[in-house]
Design a protein around this ligand. Sequence first.
Ligand SMILES: *Cc1c(COP(=O)(O)O)cnc(C)c1O
Length: 413
Amino acid sequence: MNSFPSSGTCWEELKQRLTDMRKRDVDWRRGKAALLVYYAGDDVLAVARDAYSMFITENALAPAAFPSLAAMERDLIEGALDLFHAPPEASGSFTSGGTESIVLAVKAARDWHAQRKKLNGPAEIVIPRTAHPAFDKAGQLLGVRTVRVPTGGDYRADPGELAAALTDRTIMLVVSAPAFPYGVIDPVPEVANLARNRDVWLHVDACIGGYLAPFAKKLGYDIPDFDFSVPGVRSISADLHKYGYAAKGASLILYSHREFHRFQSTEFADWPKGKYFTPTLAGTRPGGAIAAAWAVVNYLGESGYLARTSRVMQTWRKYLAGVAAIPELFVIGSPHLAILSYASEVIDIFCAADRLATKGWYMSRLSEPRAIHQMVNIAHESSVNEYLEDLADAVKQSRNLPAQRARREVVTY
Ligand SMILES: *Cc1c(COP(=O)(O)O)cnc(C)c1O
C-alpha cells in the first residue's frame, strides 16, 4: 500500500504521471469505446473545459452567494422544459447525474403519495425489465420495493404486464426513452393512460434520449411521443452529460408541476447552525459542472444539436446496415436511436466480442439475450468501417467454434 505523500511534487512531473497513467485507458477518440463517452467535437470540449475552469471553485450549495450559478441552472431547466413541452407550472433541478435524478424522482413520488394516503406495507415502483438499475438503487436507499415486469416481444415495456403488477401500494410506473439495453423507446402514451386511470406517478427515464430524441424527431426520424406533451407524464430525467455533451456531473430532473417537485427536497433545523435546506441529494455542488453544461447548451443551441444528432444517427445507421450485412447476426428489436444490440443464433456472440476486444475495442455486452451492445457517438464516425471489418472477421473466426452455452456473467454500466 502507498503511504500518504510526505512532500509535494511539481506539477510538470505529476502531469507526466497522469499522462502515463491514462495510456492503458480505452482510446475513445479513435472510437474504441462502445459506451461511456459522448464526444461532440474538440470545439465543444474546449467550451466545456473553459467554462468548468472559470467556476471550478464556486459552490452551488448557496444560490444566494452565487446567483450566477442559480441563473445558469434556471436557464438549463427552463430550456429543457421548453424542449420537453412542459406546462407553465413545471419545474425541476440540476443534479450530478442520471442516478441522482432518478433517486430524487422516486423520493418525490414516495413522499407525494405518503401525504395522501397511508400504504398498507412498503411502497412499490413497477418498472419494465429493461429499466436502468438506478431505480433499484433508489429503491434500496429509500425503502421502496422495485417490481420488474417482462417486456413485450418487441422488447418495449408491455402496458398489460405493467397493469397486472399494480397494487394499492404502487407509487410509480417507469418507462424509458429509450431503454439502455436495446435503444427502444417504450410506449409512453399507452403507459401514461394506465398511470392516469390508476392515479399513479409516471416517470420517463430519458437519461440517454433527453438531448437526442427531440432533435432526431425534428430531423424526421420515427420517434414516438415521450415527453410532457403526453398527459400523465409527471417526471422526466435527462442527462446533460450524455448526448447533451456537457462535462460529467450534469443531469436534470423535471416535473410537470412544482407541487410534485416540492417533495424531492429535504430540510433539517435541529442543530446549532439552524435550517439546512437542500433541493437535491448533494450538499456542496460543483459550480464547474453547471457552468460547463450552460456553456455547451448555449454554444450548440438547437441548430448545433440538430447537426450533431444528424451525424450520430447517420453513423448509427451505418452500424445497423453493417450488422445486417453479416448473415450470422441479427439486431435485437427495432431500436429508435443511437443504440443497437445484436446477437446470433449460429455463433457464440461473446466469442466474437472477445476477438474484437483483443483488437482494442472496448466492448459492451448484454446478457438477455447474449449480445453485443453499441452506443454511437461522433467519435465513431471515423471508426465504424474498421469496426465492421473487424466484426466480420471476428464472426468468421467464431464460425467453426461450438456455441458456448455456459452462462458468463455480464458486467454492466
Ligand atoms: C445513464 C443512464 C442512467 C444513469 O445515469 P448516470 O448518469 O450514469 O448516473 C439511468 N437511466 C438511463 C436510461 C441511462 O442511460
